[in-house]
Design a protein around this ligand. Structure first.
Ligand code: BG6
Length: 376
């Protein structure tokens, strides 16, 4: 069992381990000079099969499924390949229409989750190739997959998954780049630009971790609230989902993750001074679509404020508009929109941690939860 070092809890140590986990997961698999991603020896699926892929399924549980949701946006946006994401516990009941020539990506930190193992076996029985993304070498799910892409986040002890989550999203981006490389989707310059952005993530996460004190202050302001709404649009929706799950699983406070635009179809009725909203409202200025989504997020946030809702925004460094509208802002460095979830989740992990510690709860061992649910 690794020790906590200078940290009071494993969860905080693992949140601060994320730059190293990302470095160890990304760097051995890319060459900036050659502008190539090297996954062929791990994926063990032939180039012809990868070129013939018409659809991808992603199956996982809990936080791992949220990584899969982010991966769906990455793969669809970069490769125009349709991706379905399923709860592992639901997969077998929806009679998944998958078969030979399809790929099922199974995401699991422990590699032992029973629901996810069952889903992988179901996919294989239907003739699908499977790739496991796991943080535990030679775990059951890793052993039973055709190919394995390990996250190298190091042992994750705290029940709430943090460093495995960001490493899983980095692996999904690497996979999308590799698939694009195999399918001749990107020029060498484009591949080099993507690789450069991936390699810059650990340093951007280090910078984001500097907001830890501000997140602790937010924890002190908000630990008595009994309900939270987390909102995010497009690829930021999975981040809102995981921010809500983090808070629920460690502090037992009810929280809901919602697509930002969807809150006007009902949930906004709940927003008042008793229901704080955590809004992910970053903006990649180099991406016109991101700017449009940001503008819509600002008008949603203004609506929450009109209803006296307190708003904590996750914004991009340099944003001078949101600080005048919301109650608290945590800034993250500028990043391409498809990689920004890896930064945005950091303050949400920290806020959940500090709220829980302020409540005097056992943040590493929340009640009724286990690190890996090995029963269906
Ligand atoms: C839950 C854990 O039991 O299982 C979560 O508390 C995790 O943190 C989920 O996301 C899925 O686990 P795994 O190991 O399959 O990613």
């Amino acid at each position: 069992m690794p020790d906590k070092g200078k940290f009071p809890h494993y969860m905080l140590k693992e949140i601060f381990d994320q730059p190293k986990g990302l470095r160890d997961t990304i760097e051995p698999r890319v060459s900036l000079d050659d502008a190539v991603v090297r996954l062929e020896d791990e994926i063990r699926i032939g180039v012809d099969d990868l070129r013939a892929l018409r659809r991808i399924n992603i199956v996982a549980s809990g936080t791992s499924r949220h990584a899969g949701m982010a991966g769906q946006y990455m793969i669809q946006e970069l490769l125009n390949i349709p991706v379905d994401v399923d709860y592992a516990s639901e997969f077998e009941y929806r009679n998944p229409l998958i078969g030979p020539g399809e790929l099922t990506i199974v995401i699991t930190q422990s590699g032992e989750t029973a629901d996810t193992t069952a889903a992988q076996r179901e996919a294989k029985a239907k003739g699908s190739k499977t790739i496991a993304i796991s943080n535990v070498i030679d775990s059951t799910i890793a052993r039973e997959a055709d190919g394995v892409l390990y996250t190298h986040a190091g042992p994750e002890i705290s029940i709430a998954s943090t460093k495995a989550f960001t490493a899983q999203m980095a692996v999904l981006y690497l996979f999308a780049l590799y698939l694009g490389q195999v399918r001749g989707k990107f020029s060498k310059e484009q591949r080099r630009a993507h690789i450069k952005e991936l390699l810059s993530l650990p340093e951007k996460v280090e910078k984001t971790l500097e907001s830890s004190t501000a997140c602790e202050e937010i924890g002190k302001l908000y630990y008595k609230f009994e309900d939270f709404l987390f909102v995010g649009r497009a690829i930021h929706y999975p981040v809102a989902m995981d921010g809500a799950l983090k808070l629920k699983e460690v502090s037992y406070i009810h929280a809901e993750g919602y697509p930002t635009g969807e809150t006007k179809h009902g949930p906004i009725a709940m927003v008042d001074e008793h229901l704080p909203v955590v809004a992910i409202a970053t903006c990649d200025k180099n991406d016109f679509g991101s700017v449009l989504r940001y503008e819509k997020n600002v008008s949603n946030i203004e609506a929450y404020k009109k209803q006296l809702g307190q708003v904590i925004a996750i914004a991009t460094e340099g944003d001078s508009l949101l600080p005048n509208i919301v109650d608290q802002v945590i800034f993250v460095p500028q990043a391409p929109e498809l990689l920004s979830p890896i930064l945005e989740i950091i303050p949400l992990q920290l806020i959940a941690y500090y709220i829980t510690v302020k409540k005097g709860l056992d943040v590493d061992k929340p009640r009724n939860l286990v690190k890996s649910v090995t029963l269906e």
